[in-house]
Design a protein around this ligand. Structure first.
Ligand code: C6P
Length: 414
């Protein structure tokens, strides 16, 4: 048993859903945290407690309850800011990563891009970090370019260098949701800045799993989702450097984002509220603050180490199925990757495979993982994907391996 596994077993007890059996009476091996993570009791309690004790609308009332709600909401912003080493004013609440990227595309992009400019993204991006740039390019006349990835999904830095001319924005993910590739931001960001570009990082798959320090990375924008980091759905955030956010026009308009309004014109609120029109998702933001407390208490360093060991163990165990036709994708074994493993098994379609695993209590995602262009480039119609988080243990990996052996028997693979 790996050394950190006992702690993960204890952690799993914090997540009520993980104790549930499937309808077939199987132990649940939840290996789909890249899609959305489960929630610990501390976060569920924070949500209920806030509604039961502190709930009112924020930034408006002068009564005690409204002040408590405002303090909890802004306190959660401070926690998120501290988590990634930002200032609270640099954290804008959004619904999720997707909305955060759209905010930058609409607000910064429409203000800063012209025909002749270019946006540089990569070939392995999630649709959320691709479609907004396609639309922005169409609206502004800017060109959209892609950093090539090799057959392991690793970025070719020579290709990045070749394509930086005229680039105003580099928009890349930190960790690929389909392959687990960790992008070399330390290489990409200085090169992009030297070329005069602003850098946006889609951190949906990194902020929940490793220490992310926006100052050390020197990124200009960073987007993440609460639901992938033990928080509730419907809340995420955009980090933006103060000067950039201050210079940007608002995204949505209406209440709370204004300083003063006349019949003819309006002056806008300061950052971050300038970008938060209407009543916010108050309670979920507060619960995300509790999720940050929970993760920090465990330690992001420990979480990363745990996922690294578990992923290495899973890759090693999966090798025993290679003679029967199992193919694992992404960075080669022995190199750094996030806690994500995409694979196919013989000629079993990934959806059929995921259904067979489900019968055994193993929850994995199957499909294109919202990276259709990458799947097409690689020539995979779909993949099955197992992803790990702080509550997964070797037992989950054993359950996956034994379910794969059963699938091989059913499909009579060698
Ligand atoms: N990936 C997955 O199963 P939202 O939906 O806005 O919270 O996150 C979008 C998103 C953006 N970037 C990356 C790298 C992502 O992985 C995701 C979400 C999930 O892989 C659901 S498609």
């Amino acid at each position: 048993m790996i050394a950190v596994d006992e702690r993960a077993e204890r952690i799993a007890h914090d997540f009520p859903i993980l104790a549930r059996r499937t309808s077939r009476g199987k132990r649940l091996a939840f290996l789909d945290s890249a899609a959305s993570s489960q929630k610990p009791r501390a976060v569920l309690d924070a949500l209920v407690n806030f509604y039961e004790r502190d709930y009112a609308n924020i930034h408006r009332g002068v009564y005690e309850l409204a002040e408590r709600a405002t303090n909890a909401f802004e306190g959660a912003r401070e926690k998120v800011a501290g988590f990634i080493n930002a200032e609270p004013a640099e954290i804008v609440w959004t619904r999720n990563t997707t909305e955060a990227i759209n905010l930058v595309s609409f607000s910064w992009g429409m203000q800063n891009l012209r025909p002749g400019d270019a946006i540089l993204t990569s070939q392995l991006e999630h649709h959320s970090n691709l479609v907004p740039w396609q639309l922005l390019a169409a609206k502004t006349g800017a060109e959209l370019r892609f950093i090539e990835v090799d057959e392991f999904g690793i970025h070719r830095l020579d290709d990045l260098d070749r394509k930086l001319e005229g680039v105003k924005l580099v928009a890349v993910s930190h960790v690929s949701n389909s392959l687990g590739t960790i992008l070399p931001l330390a290489e990409i960001v200085p090169r992009a800045h030297a070329a005069g570009a602003v850098v946006l990082v889609d951190a949906a798959q990194s902020v929940p799993h490793m220490e992310v320090d926006v100052r050390a990375l020197d990124v200009d924008f960073l987007a993440a989702s609460g639901h992938k980091m033990c928080g509730p759905t419907g809340i995420g955030f955009l980090y933006g450097k103060r000067a950039l956010l201050e210079a940007m026009p608002p995204f949505l308009t209406g209440g709370d984002m204004i300083k003063s309004v006349g019949y003819e014109q309006t002056t806008f609120n300061e950052i971050p509220w300038k970008f938060e029109a209407g009543t916010s998702n108050i309670a979920d933001a507060v619960a995300l603050g509790a999720a940050v407390d929970y993760l920090q208490e465990i330690g992001m360093g420990w979480i990363r180490d745990h996922e690294r060991s578990l992923t290495a163990y899973a890759l090693e165990r999966l090798r025993e199925l290679e003679p029967r036709g199992l193919a694992v994708y992404g960075p080669p074994a022995g190199t750094e990757r996030g806690g994500i493993i995409s694979f196919n098994f013989g000629d079993i379609h990934a959806h059929d495979l995921a259904s067979l695993l489900d019968v055994e209590g193993v929850a994995v995602r199957a499909g294109h993982h919202c990276t259709m262009p990458l799947m097409e480039k690689m020539g995979w119609p779909a993949t099955a994907r197992a992803s790990f988080y702080l509550y997964n243990t070797e037992e989950d990996v054993e359950q996956l391996i034994s379910a794969l052996h059963k699938a091989a028997q059913i499909f009579k693979l060698a």
